[in-house]
Design a protein around this ligand. Structure first.
Ligand SMILES: Cc1ncc(COP(=O)(O)O)c(C=O)c1O
Length: 386
């Protein structure tokens, strides 16, 4: 067999490797899993009911590759409700998860000679896919700012004539950083100098922001709409990671290309779950509010608990459900720390290097776990450190 050369450049998401290891270890002992990026709640009942009804009603066949119009209209209604912006449902594409939007966006722009800017540390698929296309992956060092927030001047300094796509993720995985609107305003102002540069704003954690702050969505800037791709979805907000469902909004001129990708790749998203998706968007936000109440308590618990352990420093996450402490003060780098946590303390976490080479001293903790489990995990870690 002779495989394609660019396969060598394709990366992966280590959290899935850790999950496989956790499943193996769980046969021998109890593991507290703080490695997974998924809310630990059931998907809300009204969403499940709407999906079941759709199956009972006979929605079993192929549907449009960009999603059923009712679902795309529901996305437009939600954008109007959240951000007071009018988005034509023809610009909305329903996807099998958040990930395909990155895949397609990066493939639309990436090729040898092109440059794509992405957050580092960041969601590992950005760098993996950029490398796969042969484009140059240009990292934004997210660790430079003490609060890991986006630095508009720094981002501007990375743009040159070869830059085709700027990828941003706010709130950020893995750092939990939240960048406020004033900085996004500044960045958008700077981007006016680069009218040919496309922007992919990954807003998958848009509903998970703490301290009553508002999501500074890129939808706030209609002047960018002809080059803006916004990625969002149901996975994190509605605890629907396993449903494989996401949505994105694209510039009008890219729609035909993206639909071609959908047709070539997955044909269409599961028909019945798109009815569940509508119920989610049009239904009450109670489940999101409840989740955020719990996440708020857990955030404090994990932040305070980690900072209590000698050698560990952790900033207060502003969004998402991740804490990203620096652990080098324990005498271990992130990789050794994560290994010791798993095998000696029975706690699964993800080493910072899973999200970019620079994050060698860091580890990602997901606090999508009960307060009891977070407390136990902190106790177990305290015992193995030092
Ligand atoms: C920043 C970011 N974007 C996108 C995704 C992908 O979401 P989905 O599971 O819907 O594909 C994730 C998942 O962890 C994420 O952390």
């Amino acid at each position: 067999m002779k495989l394609a050369k660019n396969l060598k450049r394709l990366g992966t998401e280590s959290a899935f490797k850790i999950l496989a290891e956790v499943k193996k270890l769980e046969k021998q002992k109890n593991i507290i899993n703080l490695s997974l990026g998924q809310p630990d709640f059931k998907s809300p009942k009204h969403i499940i009911d709407a999906t079941k009804k759709a199956l009972d009603d006979g929605h079993h066949g192929y549907v449009l590759p960009n999603g059923i119009i009712e679902c795309r209209e529901a996305v437009s209604r939600k954008i109007k409700k959240l951000y007071n912006k009018d988005i034509d449902p023809e610009r909305v594409i329903i996807m099998p998860g958040g990930k395909p939007t990155m895949y397609y966006a990066i493939t639309l722009f990436g090729e040898p000679g092109a440059e794509i800017i992405y957050p580092d540390p960041g969601f590992p698929i950005y760098e993996s896919m950029i490398n796969y296309t042969g484009a140059k992956a240009v990292p934004i060092n997210m660790l430079e700012n003490n609060d890991f927030s986006l630095n508009p001047e720094k981002i501007m300094s990375l743009i040159n004539k070869n830059t085709r796509l700027l990828i941003l993720n706010n709130p950020n995985n893995p750092t939990g950083a939240f960048t406020e609107k004033n900085k996004i305003d500044k960045l958008v102002d700077g981007l006016k100098k680069f009218p040919n540069l496309a922007i992919l704003s990954d807003e998958i954690y848009s509903r998970q922001i703490f301290d009553g702050k508002k999501m500074p969505s890129f939808f706030n800037y209609p002047e960018l709409y002809d080059r803006l791709i916004v990625l969002d979805g149901w996975s994190k907000a509605y605890s629907m990671t396993g449903w494989r469902l996401g949505w994105s909004v694209w510039p009008e001129k890219l729609i035909e290309h993206v639909i071609k990708f959908c047709v070539n790749n997955h044909s269409c998203v599961n028909a019945a779950i798109q009815y569940g998706a509508i119920a989610a968007l049009d239904g009450p936000d109670d489940s999101i509010n409840l989740m955020m109440e719990k996440f708020t308590k857990r955030r404090k618990l994990i932040h305070d608990g980690l900072n209590d352990i000698e050698g560990i420093e952790c900033i207060m996450p502003g969004g998402g459900f991740y804490a990203f402490p620096k652990v080098i003060g324990t005498g271990m780098n992130g990789t050794d720390f994560a290994k010791k946590c798993l095998y000696d303390a029975g706690v699964a976490v993800v080493p910072g290097t899973a999200f970019g080479k620079k994050a060698i001293d860091y580890v990602r903790f997901s606090f999508a776990a009960s307060q009891d489990n977070i407390s136990k995990a902190l106790d177990n870690i305290k015992k193995i450190v030092g």
